[in-house]
Design a protein around this ligand. Sequence first.
Ligand code: NAD
Length: 349
Amino acid sequence: MNKVRVAVNGYGNIGKRVADAIKKQPDMELSGVTKAHPDYSALEAVHKGLPLYAISNPDAFFEQDIAIHGSLPELLERSDVVIDCSPGGIGRANLAIYSKYPNLKVIFQGGEDASIAPVSFNAQSNFEDAINQNIIRVVSCNTTALCRILSPLHDLFGIKKARVGLVRRAADPNQTKKGLMNAWYPTAHFPSHHAIDVNTVLPDIPITSLAGIAPTTLMHGHMVFIEFTKAPSNVKEIVDVFSENKRVFFVTTKRGIETTAHIKDLAHDTGRSRGDIYEVCLWKDAMGLDEQGELGMHLAIDQQAIVIPENIDAIRAICNLADKETSLRMTDESLGMGRLKIDPLLLTV
Ligand code: NAD
C-alpha cells in the first residue's frame, strides 16, 4: 500500500507533536516539516532525521549550517496532504499558496476561522463529514474536549442545554512573552466563541459558554453543566458512557489527583512523550447530578496534546484511508491512549 505523504507546515507546539504522531502511523509518511527560523527546534528536527524545509528564507538556514531539503513549494510538490500548523490567523494567506497544488489536501487548525473550510472536524463526532473533502479544519483544544464529552451524552440522554465555564491557560509553557502573572482575566464576550465553535461540529446541541484566562500554563479547566431531556438516574450511567472510551481519562482525588499539576505529573511519570495527555480528563469523584437531574462535571485539557489524535484521524478521513472505527483504533493504539490507566484501582474508587 502506498503511504499518504503528509507535510507539516509550521513546526511549533502543535506541528512537532503532529509530526511525531505521523511517524507512528503505518499508512502515512512524513514528507517534511517547515520552520520559519533556524532556531533550536529546527536543529532538533534535523537531529531527529526529519526532512526540514524553509518557509521563506533558505539562506538564513544555510548561514547557520542547518541542512534543509528545500523550500515550502518543494515540500508541497512532494506531498498529498499538508497539515497547516502555522500561528492562528495565518491559514488564509497559506491557503493561497496551497491552492496552486490542485491535488493537495489541506487540514487547518482551530486558530483559523471556521469559514476557512467546509467541515470543522472532531473524530468521534463527525468523521464521516470529512471523508474525501479537500479542506477541513480540526477544531481547537477546548472545542475538541467538549465535542468528545457532549456528543455521546447527547446521543444517549439528549442535551436540553449545556453550560460551560472555561478557565483557559494563559500561555503554553514555552511562550515566555505571553501570559498573566497574577490576575483573573474574564473574556468580555457572552457567549464566548467556544459554544459557537462546538456548534460548527454539533449544530443540534444547545450550548452556551463563558471563558476567562488564569495564570497557568499546564492545562485548561472546564466546569460543565448539562440539563438532559431524559436525565440519567445516577452518575454511574454517565461513567458507563465513557468507561470504554480511550479518549476520555477518569481521574480521582481519591488517588491524589487533585489538580492539573498532578495529571501532568502522572503523564511524565508514565513516560508520555513531552508529558502529553491526548485524552480529555474527567474528575470521576467531582461529578454529580442535582435534584433536577442536572449534571455538573470538571474537565482538564492538555491544550498542546488533545488535538493530535484528531489530526491523525483527519488525514485518514480526507484521504479515505479507513473507516471511523478503524482509524480511531489505529490512532489510539499508536499513541498509547488509554494507557495512563496504570492501575485499574485508579478507576475503581
Ligand atoms: P506555535 O506558535 O507554537 O507554532 C507555529 C509555528 O508556525 C512556528 O514554528 C512558526 O515559526 C511557524 N510559522 C510562522 N509563520 C508561518 C507561516 N507563514 N506558515 C507556516 N508556519 C509558520 O503555534 P501553535 O501553538 O503550534 O498553534 C498552531 C495552530 O494550532 C494555531 O492555529 C493554534 O490556534 C492551534 N492550536 C494551538 C493549541 C495550543 O494550545 N498551542 C491548541 C490547539 C490548537
